[in-house]
Design a protein around this ligand. Structure first.
Ligand SMILES: Nc1ncnc2c1ncn2[C@@H]1O[C@H](COP(=O)(O)OP(=O)(O)OP(=O)(O)O)[C@@H](O)[C@H]1O
Ligand SMILES: [Mg+2]
Length: 472
């Protein structure tokens, strides 16, 4: 996008020279000569300059008043002031109001060019940040938590209320795949903190020592290997939200430190003497029963009570099976788009199977099942063959293809296996079954030899198949 520079300068000679110079450098330049003209221009909704280069003393007003009035509404625009009579209080006021720089006339053009280039870089960075959070705000609008059931409606209502509430901490609980991660994003991106950072940490993913230094940061030399200062995630989330996933996995002593940080609103980096004030809200998620963990001593009751002032339990999919009627078409549409497929029909038999399944892996499992079906579909119907739900409904922890003429393939039914792993397993099993006859495998899987070869390459199945002699 072409950058627009607004020049506000009442001296004819200087104004026209600046305009000519920046037009020549390829910017869109608008030159105005008074406070009132600038006000009129800035009131126009469509006007969105990246930079304002303004004289301080205009015939009908002071450029700093303009910044005070319009600056807060134009967060991706930088202001630079040029003045012949600037004094210290003016420059202090300019910087306090967020001006990028304050230069005294006469200012050599090369110097001005340098300042303008860095101001534009800063404006671009602001713009990118704004667009990112605008995107995320749309991507995580309240209705991305899909479902018309009472439970889903109540969840959305609570998410809406909580996103407007100034809480310091809350707990999201619920089984795996029920949407705790999604709910955390909805809460952040619909709150007044949406423009600030959402920092995520999975407490199960790091060993204890690392977890502490990730959270609280450390000073250089705080321990062996700490070569430089590190700002912890709590500090990085300042002004925004810290999402602590799997909080039940956090070691007890760290739980105590976290509680203190929440209560004092201060942290101390490891190895530091001084405390740093932080303003964060914490969303903690867990699929464990924290009450039980408290009883067996692995979770601190005081931290639980501090976090659980608000607790939102995400309902299991089997408690809201009617939501399948909104979820399934939406998810299929998403994977159709990704895979270039056109699955649009679901037979009554398939609906029946979807509705009589317990969904232990909840919406994540549903997404995995539908992704598999869409990718392996060969017509506009959702293929029953790749649903593979019935064995786990019957209580087994393993599901196999209902089409035993195709092959016997076993997958865990909790949605834990990714699609790539399943496809790789399918192709490998079929190659084994058909003596590495790629054409035969392609025929049985209703696909092309090229696609099977592509998968062999992708999942590095070539070794085992070529060792045994691939047949075409
Ligand atoms: N109500 C819903 N509507 C639409 N999508 C959903 C819903 N609930 C969950 N999802 C989707 O299901 C997937 C799994 O959700 P998510 O990762 O938030 O689950 P989780 O509760 O954090 O699971 P875990 O405990 O395993 O971390 C995500 O892709 C999420 O967007
Ligand atoms: Mg999660």
């Amino acid at each position: 996008m072409l950058d627009t520079i607004l020049i506000i300068e009442d001296e004819n000679l200087l104004g026209s020279e600046l305009q000519r110079h920046y037009l020549k450098l390829g910017y869109e330049v608008i030159w105005l000569q008074s406070y009132t003209e600038a006000q009129r221009k800035l009131n126009s909704k469509k006007f969105d300059p990246s930079l304002i280069l303004s004289d301080l003393n205009l015939p009908d007003g002071n450029g700093l008043d303009l910044l005070e009035e319009y600056g807060p509404k134009m967060s991706s625009c930088e202001w630079i002031f040029l003045t012949g009579y600037g004094d210290i209080p003016d420059s202090v006021r300019a910087l306090r109001l967020g001006a990028f720089d304050f230069l005294t006339k006469p200012c050599p053009l090369e110097q001005l060019d340098l300042v303008i280039r860095s101001a534009l870089r800063s404006a671009h960075a602001q713009r990118r940040l704004q667009e990112k959070s605008k995107d995320a705000s749309q991507r995580y609008a309240l209705d991305t938590f899909v479902g018309n059931s009472k439970a889903a409606q109540q969840t959305r209502q609570l998410l809406q209320q909580l996103s407007q509430a100034p809480y310091t901490a809350l707990i999201l609980s619920g089984e795996t795949g029920t949407g705790k991660g999604l709910a955390a994003r909805i809460l952040h991106y619909n709150s007044s903190r949406a423009k600030e950072a959402l920092i995520e940490l999975n407490c199960a993913a790091l060993p204890k020592d690392l977890l502490e230094s990730e959270l609280f940061g450390h000073e250089a030399g705080a321990y062996t290997g700490a070569t430089s200062r590190h700002r912890g995630l709590i500090e990085q989330a300042n002004g925004g939200t810290l999402f602590l996933d799997e909080i039940g996995e956090m070691p007890l002593d760290l739980q105590a430190k976290l509680l203190k940080a929440i209560e004092d609103r201060k942290i101390r980096r490891i190895g530091s003497e001084s405390e740093i004030a932080v303003d964060i809200q914490i969303i903690a998620a867990t699929n464990r029963n924290l009450q039980e963990d408290i009883n067996n001593g692995s979770f601190r009751a005081d931290l639980y009570h501090r976090l659980s002032v608000f607790e939102l339990r995400l309902p299991a999919l089997r408690e809201r099976l009617q939501d399948l009627h909104q979820l399934v078409p939406e998810i299929i549409a998403e994977f159709n788009l990704k895979a270039g497929k056109n699955v649009s029909e679901i037979s009554p038999r398939v609906w029946n199977m979807l509705e009589h399944y317990q969904w232990p892996g909840n919406v994540r499992e549903l997404r995995n099942v539908l992704e598999r079906c869409v990718i392996l579909s060969t017509s506009s119907s959702l293929p029953e063959q790749w649903l593979q739900l019935q064995a786990s409904t019957a209580g087994s922890n393993c599901i196999s293809s209902p089409d035993t003429t195709a092959c016997d393939i076993c997958f865990p039914a909790d949605g834990s296996l990714g699609l790539d792993e399943m496809i790789s397993e399918i192709v490998q099993t079929m190659l084994k079954k058909y003596d590495n006859n790629v054409s035969e495998v392609a025929r049985v899987l209703k696909t092309t030899r090229e696609k099977i070869r592509y998968r062999i390459e992708k999942y590095q199945l070539r070794k085992s198949s070529s060792q045994q002699g691939e047949q075409l």
